[in-house]
Each structure stands twice: as C-alpha cells, then as structure tokens.
Design a binder for this molecule. Structure first.
Ligand code: PLP
Length: 368
C-alpha cells in the first residue's frame, strides 16, 4: 500500500465537476486579477473567520509583510517571533527593516512560550508575530495580555490554522490582523500561490488593501507606494468552491489525528500531539516526536509511507540568522524539536486502511 503525504488528486476528483465549471466560467470573464471572484471570496472568507475585512493577496508571506508595513514596523524596531516555525514568520520582520527577536516555544504545544516572552521585550519592541503551528492555537490569552501591558501590536500567522478555534473564536480574530496562506497543501489550498489578510480594524484594512496594490485603491490613485500582491481570479474561484468543504475537511483531519493518538498511545518512545485546553486543533500537520526520528522515517519510507519533517532546523539555527549571533543553547526546546519531529500523513482523503497501515508499521518499528 502506498500512503502519500498529501493527496490533492483524490481531493480534486471529489470536486471535479464544481471546480471545472468555476474555472471555465472564470476563464471566460477574462478578468484575471482582482476580478469579481476575488471580491466574492474575500466576503465569504471574512464571514467564515468572523472578521469585518478580508484582503486577498498573492500569498501568505506577502500577507504577513503587508501587515507589518501597514502597522508601521520599520528599521530600528524589534519584533518577537517563535524560534520554531516556517521561515516566513521571521523573514518578513527582516524584510520590513526590523530585527527578528526569537523567543523559544513551549515543550508541549510547540508555540510561543508566554513565560519566555517578557524577557525579550526592550524599548525597541513594537510587535509580536504569533504562529499557530501545525494547526494548534498559540496561547493567545497570555500573549494578548503581554501585548496590552507593553503596548505591542499582535500579528497572527494563520497559514497552518484555517478555522482552528480557541474558546469560541477562530484563530485570526485575536490580534490586530492575521495572515493566511492558501498554498496548495494548506487546509484550504488554491491551485497555485494565494493568501489573504483578515482584520477587524477598518482603517488598517484600507491601508493593507492599498499597500497590496501599489498604494492605490483605484487605478492611478497612488496615495503611497506599495507592492504588487494580488490574488488571481482563477485562484479565488477555486478557493470559493473549496471553502464550503473546509469545516468537513478539518473534521476529517481531527478524526484521523484521533485514530493515530488512540492507536499509538502505548508506545513509550513516542510523544503524541497535545491539544491546548479549550481549543479545536485543525491538524494541518500531525507531528509525533521521537529520538528515533530518522530511523523511523527511513523505515516508513521503505514501506511506501511518505512522512515529512517540519522543520529540520529551528529558525535561529539557520545560516540566514547567523548574524543574530545566537547559539542552539539559547533555544533548547526548538533545538530538540528539530531533531525529533516527524509529520505523518493526516490529510482528509486518507482512508481507514491507509491509517491502519501507517499505525501497524510504526508499531512494528517500535516492536509493539
Ligand atoms: C505556508 C506558511 C507561510 C507562508 O505562506 P506562503 O503562502 O507559502 O507564502 C507562512 N507561515 C507559515 C507558518 C506557513 O506554514
């Protein structure tokens, strides 16, 4: 049996008629950028998350960058961000001219450890970029309180957390603004690059809309300089077609996660994901932890089971951040994670047979 990490072909087959129809009708409008499908998707996504505004962009990284620019983050500023994430959440800080200040994640949820944040705050600190890693909500209540106390902006990276919930509210509603990615393999994925910003701050929304379109809301109305980061109509049409299925797909991801967590719970050398109390994880990734990670990955590959590592190098340990002059000892949790994490296939298209096959092989590896 072959178990691929993602199965976009199977997902497409299940929606083929709807997708083909919307792509064909969008093509025939010949309005490829900022067309009516984009405005329609913005409205639908804002409603799904529960914010007053959604601004469609070119991708998730641009979305984060646009938020920082719109908040006025600039050279001389510092922005606190987790030691363990995809590089986007850190590189946009440097790109804005500011300095990324890494703060270590906690050992259980792999998101910013609120206990470690305050020691990183200086007179130059302007914002925190929190990441809801793997679909797990970060500790937003504590992080929000820290931002309030020190008068910092709060930006959420929701690229892995489409309709994750914390308490009653979806991630993306806790900070000043939030960035989403619709990269094809995210929980809601386009057929190419796409992203968006959501916010309840109407003035910030207008500024981001301008910045994403050369500083203009309408043609030639350049009130400021900006960048070109817009969503294609074709991507918006695909996303609008897929959005009504997102809750069901997240439910299937949670169900798959639950099966793994039940089937693998007796293996002592394996740490399974914890779910933050009062939250609903969206399981963009199901990540297990074991010192035997590399051997397990090789063993599973030999059984045709594809696994991935998110991420093999903690951000402060990357060559890109050597200039910050940090050592792996400064981020003990992230540095341990980089050598121990392994992502198992958890996508909604997995069959029961496939999950059982993965579990059987993991048990066999550990002699269980
Ligand atoms: C995917 C991802 C991004 C970036 O999204 P792109 O659309 O690929 O630019 C940012 N942050 C995290 C945590 C991600 O997983």
């Amino acid at each position: 049996m072959r178990v691929p990490f993602n199965d976009l072909a199977r997902q497409y087959d299940s929606l083929k008629n709807e997708i083909d129809r919307t792509l064909s009708s969008t093509l025939q409008q010949f309005n490829f950028v900022r067309g009516t499908p984009v405005a329609a998707f913005e409205k639908a996504f804002a409603r799904a998350v529960g914010t007053s505004s959604c601004i469609a962009t070119g991708n998730g990284t641009d979305s984060l960058f646009l938020i920082l620019k719109a908040l006025g983050i600039k050279a001389g500023d510092e922005v606190i961000t987790p030691s363990f994430s995809w590089i986007s959440s850190a590189e946009v800080i440097s790109l804005s001219g500011a300095r990324p200040v890494f703060s270590d994640v906690d050992d259980l949820y792999f998101t910013l450890d609120p206990e470690k944040i305050e020691s990183k705050i200086t007179a130059a600190t302007k914002a925190i970029v929190a990441v809801h890693l793997y679909g797990q909500a970060a500790a937003m209540d504590d992080i929000k309180a820290i931002c309030k106390k020190h008068n910092l902006f709060l930006v959420e990276d929701c690229a892995q957390a489409h309709l994750t919930r914390l308490g009653k509210y979806p991630t993306g509603t806790f900070g000043d603004a939030a960035a989403f990615s619709f990269y094809p393999t995210k929980n809601l994925g386009a057929y190419g690059d796409a992203g968006c910003v959501v916010t309840n701050d109407d003035a910030l929304a207008v500024k981001i809309r301008r910045l994403a379109n050369h500083g203009a809301l309408q043609k030639d109305d350049h009130e400021m300089e900006g960048i070109n980061s817009r969503m294609d109509s074709l991507q918006a049409a695909v996303l609008a077609t897929k959005l009504p299925h997102l809750e069901r797909w997240n439910h299937l991801r949670r169900k798959n996660a639950q099966i793994y967590s039940t089937e693998l719970k007796d293996i002592l050398r394996l740490k399974l994901p914890s779910i933050r109390q009062g939250s609903e994880h969206s399981f963009h990734l199901y990540v297990i932890r074991t010192p035997a990670r590399n051997d397990l990955q090789r063993f599973l590959a030999g059984r045709d089971i594809q696994t991935l590592i998110h991420y093999p190098c903690a951000l402060p340990n990357l060559s890109a951040y050597r200039y910050l002059k940090k050592t792996p000892r400064d981020f003990p949790v992230a540095t341990a994670l980089q050598d121990e994490v392994l992502s198992l296939p958890v996508h909604p298209e997995l069959t029961g047979e496939q999950i059982q096959y993965v579990c059987e092989n993991i048990r066999e590896f550990f002699g269980k």
